[in-house]
Design a protein around this ligand. Structure first.
Ligand SMILES: Nc1ncnc2c1ncn2[C@@H]1O[C@H](COP(=O)(O)OP(=O)(O)O)[C@@H](O)[C@H]1O
Ligand SMILES: Cc1cn([C@H]2C[C@H](O)[C@@H](COP(=O)(O)O)O2)c(=O)[nH]c1=O
Length: 229
């Protein structure tokens, strides 16, 4: 039976990469899919992953009826064995209902990918509707990490380097970006305290592997070197 699956997580946890892998594995077996996306960082009509892969996609504008689009495509001779919807947090609740209709009325699998919450920790309307309707909700396994080493569960927005909690819900951007607006993934504790890596003055998570006094420098007198084991 066809299903509506929602793969979710923070920014930068591998959602678009998984979408491209699902597409690759299916096309390797001769299956054809339709890919919808909205507001991808790589530009209109693109689905891109930070691993460098990118593919063409259908830009799902605000007014697009996704179910009607697919019906038109099929009736004009197109073939679709599955549908992918990336950046699904940006879809309207009505468009998510249309994805559910694709599954139920047309018997086609729909795989949706998106972040669940915005920079204020509030659900995106599209993600909320997906959680309400999906047959399966999967949180991605390759978790992104907060600067403290804990699992990152929330997305922070920075403006001019400082974390903000007010502003428009949708501002396309990236983690680690140099621009005025950027994003950083944090654990809840540090999101609540508004502590980004920069404001915490965080260094590397891992301590030095070797204690600095374990091996004397080569210039040290011979008798100070540790005896061979
Ligand atoms: N240079 C790299 N080497 C290995 N993995 C990388 C590299 N750059 C990014 N990644 C992986 O790609 C993930 C981001 O993938 P992406 O699909 O763009 O994320 P999302 O769509 O969830 O924002 C990172 O969490 C990391 O696992
Ligand atoms: C938290 C948050 C994010 N966005 C934008 C920023 C990016 O363009 C996308 C997320 O893309 P990714 O592939 O998951 O990294 O969403 C936003 O508009 N508003 C937010 O609050």
């Amino acid at each position: 039976m066809a299903e509506l699956a929602f793969f979710c997580g923070t920014m930068d946890c591998g959602k678009s990469t998984l979408a491209l892998q699902i597409r690759h594995n299916r096309s390797a077996r001769g299956l054809r899919g339709l890919i919808f996306t909205r507001n991808d960082r790589a530009g209109e009509g693109r689905l891109s992953s930070r691993l460098g892969l990118v593919t063409e996609a259908i830009e799902a504008g605000e007014e697009m009826n996704l179910h009607a689009h697919l019906v038109r495509y099929l009736t004009s001779g197109g073939r679709a064995d599955y549908v992918i919807a990336d950046e699904a947090q940006f879809l309207s609740p009505e468009q998510v209902d249309q994805l559910a209709r694709i599954v139920d009325d047309l018997g086609i699998d729909v795989y949706a990918f998106g972040i669940t919450t915005d920079f204020r920790t509030r659900l995106f309307p599209g993600s909320q509707r997906l959680i309400e309707l999906a047959d399966r909700v999967e949180v991605l396994q390759v978790e992104a990490l907060c600067w403290c080493g804990a699992r990152a569960t929330h997305n922070a927005r920075t403006v001019g380097g400082r974390m903000v909690v007010e502003g428009a819900q949708v501002v396309v951007g990236d983690v680690g970006a140099d621009g005025e607006v950027g994003y950083e993934v944090l654990c809840r504790r540090h999101h609540r305290r508004r502590l980004t890596a920069a404001t915490a003055g965080a260094g590397p998570i891992s301590p030095d592997v070797l204690p600095t006094d374990a091996v004397p420098p080569p210039s040290a007198p011979r008798e100070e070197r540790p005896a061979p084991a």
